[in-house]
Design a protein around this ligand. Structure first.
Ligand SMILES: Cc1cc2nc3c(=O)[nH]c(=O)nc-3n(C[C@H](O)[C@H](O)[C@H](O)COP(=O)(O)OP(=O)(O)OC[C@H]3O[C@@H](n4cnc5c(N)ncnc54)[C@H](O)[C@@H]3O)c2cc1C
Length: 322
């Protein structure tokens, strides 16, 4: 029975849908598409964004679960379906295959094996980008040692556990004051560190924050320090130590998509993939979900929800016009 899938020469290496990334977005796309009888391959390089942390919060029915367990549960649910395939590999290229003028698009995908798994060369009628974000933390020598434990980036995910602490917010981007406001729900002892960046907090914002008891420290930073209990202070370039027990950083985010550079994908100023309400990109047959798309809340359940929505769009797209 035809389910609207295009005819291609080698069915062994052809998938209805290839999903780049096996995080909550990609797994959710995959689960919903195998349930629609689509032949789906998830290619995942096994570098989840939240690998720095041991506990994740806010995913309904899984609050407090380890991120690895959440992924394992999602992968097992996906792989329980006969048309599902999960492969550890890093996608190296996605290119458009020349097809007849009135034929639907076709993509060629190559991936390099991870941890001994095989390299793959295949084709797909649809590709879904669910490869997430890359983060650049503030350039302080010891910051990575505390990221995911004492220092976090997602306020919705981790502020509750920081309640009543002496907290820091470290960053250089213009959204710092807004983020400080959210963090102030958890504590009345917050210092915002702009690390010498003049644009991070405007004088008007600084006054507004001060009226709520939030101090802005504009001097350059040298490092963060701590002991076995976690972070204990933020160190200024002049050697002053500001005691803190934890807090938040605002990383710089980027969306690495070199592997799809031959495709004319429209992106926003920060590199997120622009999508319409169906999750369709500017390239016919190419969809995107999760943290690769312009930010709303960057949360597991939001990425998974976006994945379910994109799956419905992809399935309808593959059925073709009436
Ligand atoms: C430290 C930290 C803690 C967090 N804690 C929480 C929390 O408690 N609760 C919460 O809701 N959210 C939390 N988040 C946010 C959450 O992790 C993200 O919003 C979510 O993971 C986004 O899902 P995604 O599927 O879009 O991307 P990801 O989960 O990042 O998955 C993307 C996947 O794509 C793969 N990939 C990338 N490039 C390629 C390629 N070329 N080929 C193949 N695969 C590729 C990666 O290996 C990765 O597995 C946290 C984030 C961080 C950084």
């Amino acid at each position: 029975m035809s389910r609207g899938v295009s005819e291609v020469p080698n069915l062994n290496d052809h998938y209805d849908v290839v999903i780049v990334g096996g995080g909550p977005a990609g797994l959710s796309v995959g689960l919903n598409l195998v349930r629609a009888h689509r032949r789906v391959l998830i290619l995942d390089s096994n570098r989840p964004r939240h690998s720095a942390t041991l506990v994740s919060h806010g995913f309904l029915t899984r609050d407090g679960v380890s991120p690895l367990e959440l992924r394992a549960l999602g992968r097992a649910e996906f792989e329980a379906y006969p048309s599902a395939e999960f492969h550890q590999g890093t996608v190296g290229s996605i290119t458009a295959v020349d097809t007849a003028p009135d034929a639907p698009p076709l993509f060629a995908v190559t991936s390099r094996g991870v941890r001994g798994s095989a390299d793959r060369d295949l084709t797909a009628s649809v590709v879904v980008l669910a490869s997430g974000l890359a983060e650049t933390l503030p350039a302080l020598p010891s910051i990575r040692a505390y990221y995911g434990t004492s220092l976090h980036s997602c306020i919705e995910c981790d502020a509750f556990e920081k309640s009543e602490g002496a907290l820091a917010l470290i960053g250089t981007t213009p959204d710092l004051a807004e983020r400080a406001l959210l963090i102030s729900q958890a504590t009345d002892d917050l210092v915002v560190f702009t690390n010498g960046s003049p644009d991070a907090v405007t004088p008007a914002e600084e006054a507004g924050l001060a009226s709520r008891g939030i101090r802005v420290e504009r001097r350059a930073l040298a490092d963060v320090v701590g002991d076995r209990s976690g972070l204990t202070a933020v160190v200024l370039a002049d050697g002053t130590e500001v005691p803190r027990d934890g807090g938040f950083v605002r990383p710089l985010w980027s969306v690495p998509l070199d592997f799809a550079s031959s495709l004319p994908i429209e992106r926003d100023g920060e590199g997120h993939v622009l999508v319409d309400e169906r999750g369709a990109t500017s390239v016919t047959g190419l969809f995107a979900a999760g943290d690769t798309t312009p930010p709303g809340p960057q949360q597991l359940i939001v990425a998974a929800g976006a994945g379910a929505r994109v799956a419905a769009s992809v399935n309808r797209y593959l059925l073709g016009p009436l």
